[in-house]
Design a binder for this molecule. Structure first.
Ligand SMILES: Cc1cc2nc3c(=O)[nH]c(=O)nc-3n(C[C@H](O)[C@H](O)[C@H](O)COP(=O)(O)OP(=O)(O)OC[C@H]3O[C@@H](n4cnc5c(N)ncnc54)[C@H](O)[C@@H]3O)c2cc1C
Length: 370
């Protein structure tokens, strides 16, 4: 059977679309997305920050390698800004001093940090309780517009002749004579010698359908609520504020505030819904660490953050099966690392230069889970 594309990508989230955009300069790329719209799952449900308190050294290196893309976006990404400046504040009580020092040392190689005392912390975020007495601030944080980022990638894909097919839930996958044939549940068949698995929380499910060994991906649910800010709060200048431990973050959101209790509840791959307990926990922690009263929850949502066993992404060809390429496990950092990840995919598939000097391809290879 003749292939319909050079590369098929399963998943129209940020992982699939950014890889598609990068590859479309060199190859005929088709993206298959199960939902009717792009970014319906994790990519449309995140906290949308670029910051260095996320993940470990490898994740920070991927974030730093992506930074220039957000500062100087390519032409296809300039219609609507893909990000706007928002300072990041990591705050701590006196008893959390050691943890703050450790985080400061971890982030320092990647971002210019400012050490803040109690006065500085409250100047940057007047909503915090009096027990927030120390902090570190990165004044160059970026609040990402995920829809602008997705649309920019889609524009770049289409301009290069690539295609996105929505409502195309992949049901069967076969590999014959070096070609992957993928049939959707509507019976449409697409084929290509290279198949990229960018199915987010469903990446192990896709591997199962293709007869490829799974990598042990664990989707974990995280919840966000929005609510009114106190009268007079200067929403234009509030930071993205996070406890030094993984307890709470909050930030301004469309004229209100959002907050997450940073829950990590194991989940099946699914259309994640907020659970009452985590919703209540978000409100409780917000009231515990700030002067804000969460009188009424305006909206709430949940999304999945999917982790490999070592919490680093899996990017590269499956060892045992020709042409099956993993692009999964972006955890809680998939938006902010997507520019570097897309270049890594282009390097591994098209032989472009390797883009992140601090990381070796083996560190991302799915073979490490073999
Ligand atoms: C609450 C929350 C906060 C977050 N905060 C941040 C943050 O501040 N910064 C940051 O960088 N990241 C953040 N993230 C993480 C980020 O959202 C994810 O890492 C990223 O969106 C993962 O992208 P993806 O494309 O892999 O997954 P998805 O966006 O889930 O895309 C996968 C796609 O595959 C499709 N698919 C699945 N099965 C099939 C099939 N059989 N056929 C066809 N299509 C299929 C799905 O429909 C889906 O659209 C957060 C996530 C959450 C949930």
């Amino acid at each position: 059977m003749a292939a319909t594309s050079d590369i098929l990508i399963i998943g129209g989230g940020i992982a699939g679309l950014s890889a598609a955009a990068a590859l479309s300069a060199h190859a005929k790329v088709t993206v298959l997305e199960a939902e009717e719209q792009i970014g319906f799952h994790s990519s449309g449900r995140s906290a949308t920050m670029l910051h260095y308190a996320l993940g470990d050294r490898l994740v920070r290196a991927l974030t730093l390698a992506s930074r220039d893309f957000f500062d100087n976006p390519p032409d296809d990404f300039t219609d609507v800004p893909i990000g706007r400046p928002m300072p990041v504040l990591i705050f701590a009580r006196e008893d959390e001093r050691e943890a703050l020092d450790a985080l400061d040392a971890d982030i320092a190689p990647f971002a210019e940090l400012e050490r803040l005392d109690a006065v500085g912390v409250h100047q940057l975020c007047p909503l915090l309780n009096a027990d927030a007495v120390r902090g570190i601030a990165d004044r160059r944080g970026i609040r990402i517009d995920p829809h602008a980022l997705l649309q920019g990638n889609l524009r770049q894909l289409r301009r290069s002749g690539g295609e996105l097919v929505t409502g195309a839930r992949v049901a069967t996958i076969a590999h014959q004579s070096g070609v992957w044939s993928v049939a959707t549940e509507h019976g449409e068949v697409h084929s290509a010698p290279v198949l990229i698995n960018a199915a987010g929380a469903w990446a192990d499910v896709i591997a199962g359908i293709a007869g490829v060994r799974p990598i042990g991906l664990e989707p974990k649910r995280r919840t966000i609520i929005t609510f009114d800010a106190p009268p007079g709060a200067d929403l234009d200048h509030l930071p993205f504020a996070k406890t030094v431990g993984d307890e709470l973050y909050f930030a301004p959101e469309s004229g209100r505030l959002f907050a997450s209790p940073m829950d990590e509840v194991p989940s099946e791959p699914t259309d994640a819904q907020p659970d009452d307990y985590e919703v209540a926990l978000a409100a409780f922690r917000m009231e515990e660490r700030t002067v804000v009263k969460v009188a009424r929850i305006h909206s709430k949502w949940a999304g999945l953050r999917s982790f490999t066993p070592d919490h680093h992404p899996a990017v590269g060809l499956a060892e045992e099966t020709e042409g099956f390429f993993w692009l999964a496990g972006q955890g809680g950092f998939g938006l902010q690392t997507s520019p570097a990840m897309a270049r890594i995919v282009a390097s591994l598939i098209m032989g472009e230069p390797w883009p992140v000097a601090d990381i070796a391809p083996e560190q991302l290879s799915p073979a490490r889970f073999g």
